[in-house]
Ligand binder design. Structure first.
Ligand code: NAD
Ligand code: 6OD
Length: 540
């Protein structure tokens, strides 16, 4: 049984010392199965689990049990706020990934594979309720990994983590399939009806920017449709996916339905998972380049992919906009989550008559952002996720200068007090004066920065907005209804927000055009990916 102990002041150490339940992981034990099991036994030995009590141990979650990697390999997770080590994460090797996939396969054959959609829905509601019961644990874990302000995670990340489960439980319960009567040459006729069936084991590869929100955005529809999952969270944000394992157990979700393996991409858990032949479909959120690598892996076995990838999203601000609303919305779209939102704005086009006024107002607001510790309720911007990512963002800050930008505000590293000076902080930054073909105006930076350019007419700004290979999201700010429709119809993006940003109805299609994505998820659209639609034709 569970011997899950907690370290001093830490709700986030999960170790189950022994595993009876684990044995039902492997139904028919081949030599390969036995090898995998032996490696997991090694992984469970205390010397492979223990680490400094000040640092949390984050383990893989396989078949309802917390297990370390058999090789004993682990990697450090550091706080973006001050660089201190906060966790030691057990890295899954090929054996653990294989065990997780087999656990997921076995679960499809067990009670999970036999219950009705309504019963699955009840379990998913229980998961959502359990997340809400453990709200503070999730909040603490998410904030520790990402450094984001607690005020942001409290109203966005954690509530959406719970909401995703309820929305997809409801969607699946209420969806119908098609039915056609047909004539036949002999006059008796036939009927056709379609049924949906789970795809099987879904591999879920996640990014670090909204870890719980984006992971559950995939796990919830996958489970609602009757699949089982193996999740590979980002190496930068391993904790909330791990904590969700406890929630699954508490909610009564059968073992093996939800599994988590930790590690990196190439040569690690990400690659092991996406190339595993037992994975029937792969859903991914992350960079476009990574999505392309995953597509290649999925080609082996011709497995379907759903890809939510990068963007370089425009905001288009017309002179007839509600100025204050446009400033508020653009502040959020450029700087929320320290600019680390795939839907965020990095290109702002402002109609010339209000250009100077807009730049002045946005600068004033950006300079009021309060950088500080996540726990401080007054903090409005945290650090970037890591020093590695900061190096990338700062390389664009330098490039902007080389490419001839005028720095309106920011452009460097802020002076942070004490230990915070060791964190991955950057200044919120605004530029003007760059060409449309500059690196800074064409490449995704994923930081708290934006370039503002003037425009003169609709056709011109549409051409400039649509010129890139990305097509994820766009915002249009105008009070002219006809213009709002015209612009929305012609912008090449999967999501267009008019007079708003990141306003989400989870029943709507979500995804990117061009190199920002393949497929749509959300509401009934998720069913297209997470189920096989089968037609039954009955001759009467
Ligand atoms: P990333 O592509 O570097 O990593 C995402 C995940 O893929 C991580 O778990 C990583 O370990 C894994 N991975 C990397 N290489 C892999 C490989 N070869 N095989 C299997 N797995 C591999 O992305 P990131 O830095 O974590 O996230 C930021 C990026 O995500 C940005 O480009 C952002 O625009 C994008 N994003 C898109 C959306 C969307 O909905 N379109 C949402 C959030 C983030
Ligand atoms: O709101 C969502 O469902 C979603 N997928 C948001 C993506 C945000 C990107 O950073």
């Amino acid at each position: 049984m569970s011997a899950g102990w907690r370290g001093p002041g830490s709700p986030l150490i999960w170790i189950k010392a022994e595993s009876c339940a684990h044995n039902h992981l492997l139904a028919a034990k081949s030599a390969h199965d036995r090898k995998a099991e032996e490696m997991l036994d090694v992984a469970r030995k205390p010397e492979n689990l223990a680490s400094s009590p000040a640092v949390k141990d984050v383990l893989n979650f396989i078949a309802g049990e917390y297990v370390a990697g058999g090789s004993g390999k682990s990697f450090d997770k550091r706080s973006p706020v001050d660089g201190a080590q906060i966790a030691r994460v057990s890295e899954a090797g090929e054996a653990e990934v294989d065990a997780a996939v087999r656990a997921a396969q076995a679960a499809l054959q067990g009670p999970w594979g036999k219950i009705t959609p309504a019963e699955r829905g009840d379990l998913l509601y229980a998961v959502a309720n359990e997340i809400n019961k453990r709200f503070d644990d999730f909040l603490q874990a998410e904030v520790a990994d990402t450094g984001k302000p607690v005020s942001l995670a409290r109203h966005l990340d954690i509530p959406r983590g719970a909401a995703n489960f309820k929305v997809f439980a409801d969607t699946v319960k209420n969806v119908s399939t098609e039915f056609f009567e047909m004539a036949t040459p002999d006059g008796t006729g036939a009927i056709n009806y379609a049924v949906r069936r789970p795809v099987g084991v879904v591999g879920v590869i996640c990014p670090w920017n909204l870890p719980l929100l984006l992971m559950t955005w995939k796990v919830a529809p996958a489970l609602a449709c009757g699949n089982t999952v193996v999740v590979k969270p980002s190496e930068e944000s391993p904790q909330t996916a791990t904590l969700l394992g406890e929630v699954m157990n508490a909610a009564g979700v059968p073992k093996g339905v939800y599994n988590v393996v930790h590690g990196f991409g190439p040569g690690s858990a990400g690659e092991f998972l996406t190339s595993h032949p037992g994975v029937n479909a792969i859903t991914f959120t992350g960079e476009t380049r990574t999505g392309a690598a995953i597509m290649k892996a999925a080609a082996d076995g011709a497995r379907p992919v759903s890809l939510e990838m990068g963007g370089k999203n425009p905001a288009i601000v017309f002179a007839d906009c509600d100025f204050d609303a446009a400033i508020d919305g653009t502040m959020r779209s450029c700087f929320a989550n320290c600019g680390q939102v795939c839907l965020g704005t990095e290109r702002v086009y402002v109609e010339r008559p209000i250009f100077d006024k807009f730049v002045t107002a946005l600068k004033a607001r950006a300079e009021k952002l309060k950088l500080g510790t996540p726990a401080d309720e007054a903090t409005t911007m945290g650090p970037l996720i890591s020093h590695e990512h900061r190096d990338k963002v700062l390389s664009y800050y330098r490039k902007a200068v080389e490419e001839g930008a005028t720095i309106v505000t920011g452009g460097g590293i802020p002076n942070m007090p004490g230990e915070l000076a060791k964190g991955a902080w950057v200044e919120p930054t605004i530029w003007t004066g760059l060409r449309d073909d500059a690196a800074v105006t064409t490449e995704e930076i994923f930081g708290p920065c934006a370039h503002i350019a003037p425009f003169d007419d609709e056709d011109e700004v549409l051409r400039r907005a649509n010129v890139l290979d990305y097509g994820l999201a766009a915002s249009v700010w105008t009070t002219n209804l006809a213009r709002a429709h015209r612009m929305s119809a012609r912008i090449e993006a999967g999501i267009v927000w008019v007079n708003s940003w990141f306003l989400r109805d989870l029943r709507t299609p979500f995804g990117g055009m061009k190199q920002s994505g393949i497929g749509r998820e959300g509401g009934v659209h998720s069913l297209e990916f997470y189920t096989e639609l089968k037609n039954v034709c009955i001759k009467l």
